[in-house]
Design a protein around this ligand. Structure first.
Ligand code: UDP
Length: 339
C-alpha cells in the first residue's frame, strides 16, 4: 500500500484530496497545525468507504522539525502532497512576515525533512496568483510570473525553492497552479470553512440565510462583457483528481513540472450570482460596491498542458460547484433536508 503525507489535510482543498486519495486506494497521513481549516477531517472521514485508510491525523507544525521528522519516522511515507499555507491576500499585505514564515520557511522545513527521511516526491498547491496582473488571457504556464501581493510571492518563492531542491537533492515536484476553486464534496462530508470568508460563491450563498444582509458585489465598471470581473471556477473534486494524476505522474518517473488547473472558461460575478439564484431558487439581496483593491478584470486558465501531460479533464460544471457548496452551507447550519 502506498502512503501519502498530506500537509494541511484538514483544510478546504486538503480534505477533498484526502477523500480522493482514499478512494483511489492510497493510505493517508494528515499533518496539520489546525490554525485554520476544518479541524475534524478524521471525524468527517470515518464513514468513507474506501480501500485506502486514514492512518493518522497528526497535529504538528512544519516549523518544528521534531514534529515533521516524527511523522516521517512513524510512517513509511512514499510521497507528500503539500497544502499547508496561509492564503488570504489582504492579510498577506498587512502581515507579510506571517506569510513568509509559515509558507516559505514552513515549506523549507518540510523539504529538509523529506531529504533527511529520503522522500523524493511532492505535489504542491501553487496558485494563479503567481502570475500577477495578466498580460494576456487565457493564461498559459509560460505567462510571466510577477505576483502583485505577498501571498503570491510566497508561492512563487516556493516554486523556485522546489527547482533548487530538485537540482541539488533530487526531490521531484509537481506544482499545481489553481485558479478559483469552488464547490464541496458531493456527499457533503467536507467543504469550505474560511474565517473570514472572502470568496465569491460562499459569500453569495451566505446571503440566502440572513435576512437583510446583502451580498456585496465589488465593481461593475470593469472592461468585461457585463462590467464585473471574470474568473475561472474549477470544482474542488476535479482539483482533487488532478492531485492524484500528478502523484501518478511522479510515480511513473515524471520530471519536475508545473501545471495550471482551471477550466479554460470564465464566468463573470454577475453570471455566478445568477447561477446561485437559479440553483437556490431564491432572490438573493445584493448591494453594488466599488472595486476591491487588487482584483484584475479577467483571470482565465489555459489548461492544455495539464490535459496533455497529466491526462486531467475537469468534469464538473459551475452549477455542480454551486449545488454542492449550497448543500454544505446548509449542512453547516444544521439544515440537512434538501432545499
Ligand atoms: N467578489 C465579490 N463579492 C464578494 C467576494 C468576491 O464581488 O463578497 C468578487 C471579487 O471582487 C472578484 C470575484 O468575486 O471579482 C472572485 O473573488 P474571490 O475572492 O472569490 O476570488 P479571487 O479571484 O480574488 O481569488
Amino acid at each position: 500500500m502506498t502512503t501519502i503525507l498530506v500537509t494541511g489535510g484538514d483544510g478546504y482543498i486538503g480534505s477533498h484530496c484526502t477523500i480522493a486519495l482514499m478512494n483511489e486506494g492510497y493510505d493517508v497521513v494528515v499533518f496539520d497545525n489546525h490554525s485554520t481549516g476544518f479541524k475534524s477531517t478524521g471525524e468527517a472521514l470515518k464513514d468513507v468507504k474506501s480501500e485506502g485508510r486514514l492512518l493518522d491525523n497528526i497535529e504538528g507544525d512544519l516549523l518544528h522539525p521534531e514534529d515533521i521528522d516524527g511523522a516521517f519516522r512513524e510512517h513509511h511515507i512514499d510521497a507528500v502532497i503539500h497544502f499547508a499555507a496561509f492564503s488570504q491576500v489582504a492579510e498577506s499585505m498587512s502581515d507579510p512576515g506571517k506569510y513568509y514564515m509559515n509558507n516559505v520557511a514552513g515549506t523549507m522545513g518540510l523539504l529538509d525533512s523529506m531529504r533527511r527521511n529520503d522522500v523524493r516526491r511532492i505535489v504542491f498547491s501553487s496558485t494563479a496568483a503567481t502570475y500577477g496582473e495578466p498580460k494576456y488571457v487565457p493564461i498559459d504556464e509560460s505567462h510571466p510570473q510577477w505576483p502583485i501581493n505577498p501571498y503570491g510571492r510566497t508561492k512563487l518563492d516556493i516554486e523556485y525553492m522546489m527547482d533548487d531542491y530538485d537540482r541539488a537533492y533530487g526531490i521531484k515536484s509537481v506544482r499545481l497552479r489553481y485558479f478559483n476553486v469552488a464547490g464541496a464534496d458531493s456527499e457533503g462530508r467536507v467543504g469550505e470553512c474560511h474565517d473570514p470568508e472572502t470568496h465569491l460563491i460562499p459569500n453569495i450563498l451566505k446571503s440566502t440565510f440572513r435576512d437583510g444582509i446583502e451580498f456585496k458585489m465589488f465593481g461593475t465598471d470593469y472592461n468585461t462583457r457585463d462590467g464585473t470581473c471574470v474568473r475561472d471556477y474549477v470544482n474542488v473534486e476535479d482539483l482533487a483528481d488532478a492531485h492524484i494524476l500528478a502523484l501518478r505522474y511522479l510515480e511513473n518517473g515524471g520530471k519536475t513540472d508545473y501545471f495550471n488547473l482551471g477550466t479554460n472558461e470564465g464566468s463573470t460575478v454577475k453570471e455566478v450570482f445568477a447561477a446561485c439564484e437559479k440553483v437556490t431558487g431564491m432572490r438573493i439581496p445584493i448591494k453594488i460596491e466599488g472595486r476591491r483593491p487588487g482584483d484584475p478584470a479577467t483571470l482565465v486558465a489555459d489548461n492544455k498542458k495539464a490535459r496533455e501531460i497529466l491526462g486531467w479533464e475537469p468534469k464538473r460544471s459551475l452549477e455542480d460547484s454551486i449545488r454542492t457548496a449550497y448543500a454544505w452551507e446548509r449542512k453547516k447550519r444544521g439544515l440537512t433536508s434538501s432545499p
